[in-house]
Design a binder for this molecule. Structure first.
Ligand code: ATP
Length: 195
């Protein structure tokens, strides 16, 4: 069973692409939502996050205050790196455990910073979802009700598409004028032939 990493810049359409893979019966591990979930449930992570960001990083109902956290880390690269250093080992462990119980020709690991984190080195193949910057900003502003400036700020913490495309085995174009389903079916065929 091979491991396939999917990534792409903020708002490129990673989750949308993964929805299609799921319909094809492929198991998808969502690294970002797993990270959020672990921040709420893993006592060791909770302790480390409180040490780093103070108790205000958790809401009174003991769930992580994502707005507060985003407000700090997206404008402070060293703190963002520290956050990742704390959270990534826990996500990696969760992925390894999840992988052991899957039955499929291949599985997908979806992550916003697959290349930046070095996690791609643990994958057998990688897919990069590419959408032009203006379209991505427009989609995220609409989806998350945040300003274009906030989206641009988050983009600064991600590598350029050019750099990531060079490392990717497959590229899926998801601009307004492109159809993702035929591209996904083609990649699925190739992965099944390899797997
Ligand atoms: P993030 O990095 O923020 O998690 P993402 O890469 O997972 O984002 P999606 O959430 O899949 O991106 O897509 C961003 C938004 O754009 C969503 O609201 C989604 O419905 C929309 N979207 C995705 N693909 C298209 C498309 N081809 N045309 C129009 N809207 C799209």
């Amino acid at each position: 069973m091979i491991k396939v990493g999917i990534t792409g810049g903020i708002g490129s359409g990673k989750s949308t692409v993964c929805k299609v893979f799921r319909v094809l019966g492929i198991p998808v591990f969502e690294a970002d939502s797993t990270a959020k979930q672990l921040m709420n449930t893993d006592p060791s992570l909770r302790e480390q996050l409180i040490q780093l960001f103070g108790p205000a990083v958790y809401l009174p109902n003991l769930t992580i205050d994502r707005k507060y956290l985003a407000g700090i880390v997206f404008s402070n690269a060293p703190l963002l790196r520290k956050l990742n250093e704390i959270v990534h080992p826990a996500v990696r462990k969760a992925f390894d455990e999840w992988f052991l119980i899957q039955h499929s020709p291949y599985v997908i690991h979806e992550a916003a910073i697959l290349f930046e984190s070095g996690f791609y080195k643990l994958m057998d193949k990688t897919i990069m979802v590419v959408t032009n910057e203006n379209e991505r900003i427009e989609r995220v502003v609409k989806r998350d009700q945040i300003t274009a400036e906030m989206v641009r700020q988050r983009m600064k913490n991600q590598w350029s598409d050019e750099k990531k495309i060079k490392l990717a085995d497959f590229v899926i174009g998801n601009n307004d004028n492109e159809l993702i389903i035929p591209q996904i079916i083609e990649i699925d065929k190739k992965l099944k032939a390899n797997g």
